[in-house]
Design a protein around this ligand. Structure first.
Ligand SMILES: [Fe+2]
Length: 508
């Protein structure tokens, strides 16, 4: 038999084996990331190695799917899950079908995530950053895998990353850049099945280069709500709510404005801060306002007058609107700095080489040259912060608390204090004022009383009540003049106090 005949037989045998065994093709999942989670909706990002059709079945009972979302003919899908209930668990199952070979598909095990919480319902979130490789590679640091596993095990509702998540370069092609994000997703997918992962871009994302910027914008799905810059830098800075917290991601990497928050972003930041009525405000961004390892940066270099002015302006803005914690990275260590009651927390120990423990300067509270991440337990009246290293040890813990004043009628109300009071139509009402918060109320003042139906408060204001400790209550008698014939009225009051960080709280 000639050689050609042997080859024909071999090809025939191989084809016969394939026909018996079925195609050896497969679909590989490259990423699943629950994103942009609100109380009633979410976007599920699904990536595969081939062009695929994707079906997501979902519902609010495990194993019972009441809705589907589908996308066809792409390697990266953004599927909208709608009609969800706030403060609830959503269960979903993803099926990925090879578009070129529809009999080839993979159905992933059921996963779940939590929709945004209603006010008053606590939740937890994690913060990490600077998880990039040490050099130009797609492979993420092993330590980052450990930290992601820790955050996954904590079952947090959301994760924030303060940037430097890949090692981008100015010469990356779009494909090379995308491969670096695939290296990241290979680590984070275990987390993002259930936990939205919100990023504030770092300098190593290299957003000042077209391919790197296109890669970043292509690979992530973040809220777009920054107005003027929506069409140009829509996903670069944004805000969202969960529970009693307003989260703001800023970009210190807007091309031409690196190392500062200025221009449209600064204008938007002020408007966004002014618009929120959430008790807690958390800001996260890459470069730190008060940490000095990058001496050339505008906020660090005391010779950069524009940078120093911008630093003062941004701190003043965050202070004016009562920002509680600013999470940052860029410097590869943990450092907490307190400035006028705002906690500035550098959490740059996500996997890039640690640069040692910084010496504490004025306003610095605690530092650690460790791989770490931060976990925050949020309630309406407290933020409990734990800094956890890669072995699971707690490096430091601190809590932010606020008072929460409630005024109610005491039993046995209202009453005429005496016959003379009755003749003068001076009705006494006794109130109980309780501090149901987790923090003491200092300089507690009753600012004014009001009443409807022509009823006139007789008790003079303001009244200084001193300090009302967390968990305690006090009584206060207020007198009203009641016109003849009036049988009921609504009473109002305004009160104020300061918390232990000097922030003023006003209650109506
Ligand atoms: Fe950086």
């Amino acid at each position: 038999m000639c050689l050609r005949g042997v080859l024909v037989i071999l090809v025939f045998v191989a084809a016969l084996m394939l026909a018996v065994a079925g195609p050896a093709l497969g679909v590989t999942t490259r990423n699943v990331a629950v994103s942009k989670v609100t109380g009633t909706s979410a976007v599920l990002v699904v990536k595969s190695d081939v062009t695929s059709n994707v079906i997501v079945e979902y519902g609010q009972v495990s194993g019972i799917y009441t809705a589907t979302a589908a996308g066809n003919g792409a390697a990266r899908h953004e599927l909208s899950l709608v009609g969800l209930s706030p403060s609830s668990t959503v269960y979903y199952r993803v099926t990925i079908i090879d578009a070129a070979a529809p009999s080839t598909s993979v159905t992933l095990p059921e996963k779940s995530f939590h929709t945004a919480r209603a006010p008053g319902e606590g939740f937890s979130f994690a913060v990490a950053g600077d998880n990039r490789p040490a050099g130009d590679t797609t492979v993420q640091p092993a330590i980052w895998g450990t930290i992601v596993a820790q955050m996954t095990a904590e079952n947090v509702d959301l994760a924030l990353d303060v940037g430097d998540i890949i090692y981008g370069t100015g010469s990356d092609t779009l494909a090379q850049n995308a491969a670096k994000y695939e290296g990241l997703f290979a680590v984070t997918t275990g987390l993002t099945y259930s936990t939205p992962y919100y990023v504030a871009a770092g300098n190593h994302e290299r957003l000042n280069y077209a391919n790197s910027r296109a890669g970043y914008e292509q690979e992530f799905t973040f809220p777009v709500n920054n107005g003027t810059d929506g069409a140009t830098y829509g996903e670069h800075y944004y805000s969202f709510d969960n529970g009693d917290t307003h989260f703001i991601a800023l970009s210190t990497e807007i091309p031409g404005q690196e190392g500062m928050i200025t221009g449209n972003q600064k204008t938007w930041l002020q408007a966004d801060l002014a618009a929120t009525d959430k008790p807690w405000i958390i800001v996260f961004m890459h470069r730190p306002l008060f940490s000095g390892a990058h001496t050339g940066d505008p906020w660090v270099n005391t010779g950069n007058l524009a940078g120093q002015q911008n630093k003062a302006d941004i701190h003043a803005l965050l202070l004016q609107y009562g920002v509680d914690i600013v999470f940052e990275g860029h410097d590869h260590y943990y450092l907490r700095h307190e400035q006028d009651g705002i906690q500035y927390v550098v959490t740059g120990g996500g996997g890039a080489p640690i640069s040692g423990t910084p010496a504490l300067g004025p306003g610095d509270v605690f530092a650690a040259g460790s791989y770490e991440h931060v976990k925050v337990d949020e309630t309406a009246t407290s933020l409990a912060v734990s800094v956890i290293d890669n072995t699971g040890a707690t490096l430091e813990s601190f809590s932010l608390t606020v008072p929460d004043l409630w005024m109610s009628l005491s039993p046995g109300n209202p009453y005429w204090g005496s016959y003379a009071d009755y003749q003068a139509r001076a009705l006494s009402v006794e109130y109980t004022i309780a501090n149901n918060g987790s923090g003491d109320a200092f300089d507690f003042q009753l600012l004014s009383f009001g009443a409807t139906n022509q009823v006139e408060p007789l008790t003079a204001t303001p009244i200084s009540m001193g300090t009302l400790a967390a968990g305690s209550a006090t009584n206060l008698q207020v007198t009203y003049r009641i016109p003849l014939g009036i049988l009921s009225f609504m009473a109002t009051s305004r009160a104020s106090c300061t918390d232990d960080r000097g922030y003023v709280h006003v209650y109506s």
